[in-house]
Design a protein. Sequence first.
Length: 393
Amino acid sequence: MDPVRNPYAPGAGQRPPELAGRDRELQQFEVVLERVARGRPERSMVITGLRGVGKTVLLNTFKSMAIQRLWGTGKIEARPDQSIRRPVAAALHMAIRELAPRHRAPERIEEFLGVLKAFAMRDPAAAKGTSHWSPGIEVPASRGRADSGDLEIDLTELFVDASAVATDLGVGIALFIDEMQDVQAADVSALCAACHELSQSGGPLIVVGAGLPHLPSVLSASKSYSERLFRYARIDKLDREAADLALILPAREEEVEFTQEALDALYDAADGYPYFVQAYGKVAWDLAPRTPITLDDVKVSTPEAEEELAVGFFGSRYERATPAERDYMHAMAEIGDEPVPTAEVAEALGRKPSSLSPARDSLIKKGLIYSAERGLIAFTVPHFGRFLRAQPV
Ligand SMILES: Nc1ncnc2c1ncn2[C@@H]1O[C@H](COP(=O)(O)OP(=O)(O)OP(=O)(O)O)[C@@H](O)[C@H]1O
Ligand SMILES: [Mg+2]
């Protein structure tokens, strides 16, 4: 059928035509926004889940919800090799720019921007003169606030000041952090401490995170009270009903239907994983000659969709691994699809567990595997084991 009208959207952070099966998380976040706005004590939210389950899309939806309530918002994507100081500064700059036009006292905004600039200029890279980044803030940097160089102190002061600006307007500020598991250890600790401070003062600023399933353990390793700071929402594959709706509703908009057998086959193939739902749906649409999309259409399109996934979704990630890391993952895949004991991987490879630590740690850093529990390891990418088993070693 007409590819131009194809509604499905496989891709990182691509807004799906229908955000299926996430009503509970959306409701929870509504409550968070409402409570924070009323100055009630509230824990912020952190979404976790495997690759391609829709964390980024949900985070973006939360951001839209906050904007609808006239909150100031900013978003960063954490990177393992980067301090969060500059990205956070840029994100809060965005948030304040959203609020500024509605603020009655421009000098309050300027005052805050001065603090923000001082905060940003404390970046270690800027100090070494290796930074070409300028915050694009016209006002002079202020002194003596959020500029100590200790991120924990500086973040706390910055958050307090930002939330004071939002309080003036009777709104809040939400800072979104995607790939939060990649925030450096020292920065995680500073971030948790700043959130903790803020939650005690009741300031209307929240940090909302998204990351891989081991994010809660990253946070609690850094600060034991992090469990009381964040409400964790683990999102997973869609159940049958939601997966069907993700396909049916966007098609209906275009006056296209699926037969029941076609939906059965698509669910078998995609297994409810949002990225796969979009990927299989997209190819089925393109190859089906007419509505309704039938079982035969799905049968014809599945191999093509699988090929696209093998290159784009699995292959691109596999490429990032070194030969030693690939051996490690192949050994994991041979053991099974559940989280596997690292000791068993070592045994399968005929190696001492300690000699494999570098490969394992670097795979974790690359976001390809995660430690599900102490001594256990699992793929972050759904169906990755199956992909590897089909790969020549
Ligand atoms: N609730 C949903 N219903 C239907 N499709 C969805 C849903 N959530 C996400 N998708 C689709 O799934 C794909 C992956 O979404 P997204 O990039 O948000 O995943 P992610 O969890 O952030 O993945 P990664 O860990 O790789 O960053 C996108 O194509 C998106 O359109
Ligand atoms: Mg994402």
